[in-house]
Ligand binder design. Structure first.
Ligand code: DLL
Length: 429
C-alpha cells in the first residue's frame, strides 16, 4: 500500500506505461541527436533520423552507444548540456585506461534520488528507518546514489561507506539499522565480523539488505539470509545509465529486479550480432535513458547478460539475475565459464565460506583453472580434503571444466570492501 501511494508510477497500466515511454523516447532521441555529435554521426551513417521513430519497436533501427563512445569523449565529450549545467560528475574506474565520466544536471539528481527512494521502498525500507549505507562514497555512484535516495524517502542515513569492518558491525548494532546497503561479497565479510565479535545479528534491528554492484547468485542470497537472518534483495544499476536504482527487487516477492521502465527502456540483444532477442531469452542488456538531461544514452550496451521477465508486482518488466558480463566470461580449453557458475557450486558446501578466487594459468599450450576457496574455522583436515574433491567433481559435472580446488585457511582470501575480484588471469597476453 505504501509503495503504491508514495510511488504511483509503479501502478501504471501497461498501456499507460507504453504511451509514456513512447512520448519520452521521441524526446530523448531528439535530445541525444541534437547534442551528442558522435551519436548523430552514427545515425547519419546508418541513414536514420529521430523523426522516423513512430513506435517503440522502431528503436531497434537506431545505432548503439558503447563504452568506447563514452571513453573516446573523455572527459566531458558525451555531455548533452554545457558543463556549467552539471551539478555533479561521477566516474567508474574500469579495468584499463581512462575512467568513464558521467554528468548530472540538478534535475537528473532529482530523478535519481526519486528512483533510488522508490528502489529502497520496494525492497522494504520505510520513512523513519535507519539505513546503514556501506556502498563506497566518492566517484563510485553507489554511496551518494543510495544516500540521496534514502534521505528522500525520509530515512536516517548512516553514511558509512566501505571498510572499517569492525566499525560496520558496531554502528549497525548501536544505531539500530533496519536496512543495510553494501555489496553482497562485503556483507559476507561483515557477517563473519559479527561472528568474530560473538554478536548474533538476529539480535539487532537489521531486517533488510539491499545488495548489488556485482553479480551474485541465488545461493549467495540464501547464504546471506541464513547467516544474518535478513531478507536479501537485489538492486541493479550502472553509472553510464544513472547509477544504482535502475532496477530493484520487491522484498516481498523477489524474483528479480523490476526495471524502472518509465525512465529506462530495456532491450535484450544477441551479444555477438546485436540483433534483438525476444523477452524471456538470454542475451545482453541494452538501455535507453528516457529522461536524462546531462548525458542521455541511446541503446547503451551494458555487456551484462540476463533475460527480461514479465512484470509481477508492477506492469514494468523484471530482469533475471545477471549471470555475468560478456567480458567476464572465461574461455577455458574451449568451454565458456562464468564465475557465478563456480560460485553456485562452492556454496552448495556448507563448510566453505563463499569467498573465492578463480586463477587461470597457462601451462604449455593448456589453460589451467585453480579455484581457491576457504574452509570455515575448525574444519577437520580429512573433511577439508573431501570437500575439495567433491567440489572438483561438481565443477567438472556442472560446468564442464576440470579445475583444481585449493582449500585455504579461514581468512586467507582477501576480502573486498566493494566489488569483489573473482578472477585472476595469469595467462600470458
Ligand atoms: O555498480 C552501481 C550500483 C551501485 C548498483 C550500488 C547497485 C548498487 P558501476 O560501478 O558503473 O555502477 O558498475 C555497473 O556493475 O554493469 C553490472 O556489471 C554490475 N552490477 C551492478 N549491479 C548489479 C547486480 C554500479 N545487482 C556494473 N547484479 C553493471 C549483478 C551488477 N551485477
Amino acid at each position: 500500500m505504501f509503495v503504491r501511494e508514495r510511488f504511483p508510477e509503479t501502478a501504471l497500466s501497461l498501456d499507460a506505461l507504453r504511451a509514456l515511454q513512447l512520448a519520452r523516447l521521441k524526446e530523448a532521441l531528439r535530445h541525444a541527436y541534437a547534442s551528442q555529435r558522435p551519436y548523430r554521426a552514427k545515425c547519419e551513417a546508418a541513414g536514420v533520423h529521430p523523426d522516423q521513430l513512430r513506435s517503440l519497436d522502431d528503436l531497434t533501427r537506431f545505432p548503439f552507444t558503447t563504452k568506447a563512445d563514452l571513453r573516446d569523449g573523455y572527459p566531458f565529450g558525451m555531455f548533452s548540456v554545457p558543463r556549467e549545467r552539471c551539478v555533479r560528475v561521477h566516474a567508474s574506474s574500469g579495468t584499463t585506461g581512462r575512467p568513464t565520466v558521467v554528468g548530472y544536471t540538478a534535475r537528473d539528481i532529482e530523478t535519481w534520488a526519486e528512483l533510488m527512494a522508490r528502489s529502497l521502498a520496494v525492497a522494504g525500507a520505510r520513512p523513519g528507518d535507519v539505513i546503514h549505507n556501506g556502498y563506497g562514497y566518492g566517484l563510485f555512484t553507489g554511496g551518494l546514489g543510495a544516500h540521496y535516495g534514502a534521505e528522500r524517502l525520509g530515512c536516517t542515513v548512516v553514511p558509512m561507506s566501505g571498510g572499517f569492518t569492525e566499525r560496520q558491525v558496531q554502528l549497525i548494532r548501536d544505531f539500530g539499522a533496519r536496512v543495510v546497503l553494501m555489496t553482497p561479497s562485503y556483507m559476507l565479510a561483515v557477517a563473519e565480523e559479527f561472528e568474530r565479535q560473538g554478536i548474533d545479528p538476529r539480535g539487532t534491528a537489521m531486517r533488510i539488505g539491499i545488495f548489488g554492484a556485482e553479480p551474485w547468485t541465488e545461493s549467495m542470497r540464501e547464504e546471506i539470509e541464513r547467516r544474518l537472518g535478513i531478507v536479501a534483495t537485489d538492486i541493479y544499476g550502472l553509472s553510464e545509465v544513472i547509477g544504482p536504482g535502475v532496477a530493484c527487487e520487491f522484498g516481498d516477492s523477489k524474483g528479480g529486479p523490476t526495471i524502472w521502465e518509465d525512465h529506462f527502456l530495456p532491450e535484450i540483444v544477441d551479444p555477438e550480432t546485436g540483433a534483438p532477442v525476444a523477452d524471456g531469452q538470454p542475451g545482453e542488456l541494452v538501455f535507453t535513458t528516457l529522461t536524462k538531461e546531462a548525458m542521455p544514452v541511446i541503446r547503451y550496451r551494458t555487456r551484462d547478460l540476463t533475460r527480461l521477465l514479465p512484470g509481477s508486482a508492477s506492469a514494468m518488466r523484471r530482469m533475471a539475475k545477471i549471470t555475468g558480463r560478456s567480458d567476464d566470461m572465461l574461455i577455458v580449453r574451449g568451454v565458456n565459464l562464468f564465475p557465478s557458475q563456480v560460485e553456485e557450486q562452492i556454496l552448495r558446501d556448507p563448510l566453505l565460506t563463499g569467498h573465492y578466487l578463480i586463477e587461470l594459468r597457462r601451462e604449455g599450450a593448456l589453460d589451467t583453472l585453480t579455484v581457491r576457496v576457504e574452509a570455515r574455522e575448525a574444519t577437520p583436515e580429512e573433511t577439508v580434503l573431501a570437500s575439495g574433491r567433491a567440489l572438483e567433481t561438481r565443477i567438472k559435472g556442472m560446468c564442464g571444466v576440470t579445475a583444481t580446488v585449493r582449500i585455504e585457511a579461514p581468512h586467507a582470501i582477501e576480502r573486498s570492501m566493494g566489488k569483489a575480484r573473482r578472477v585472476l588471469d595469469l595467462r600470458p597476453k
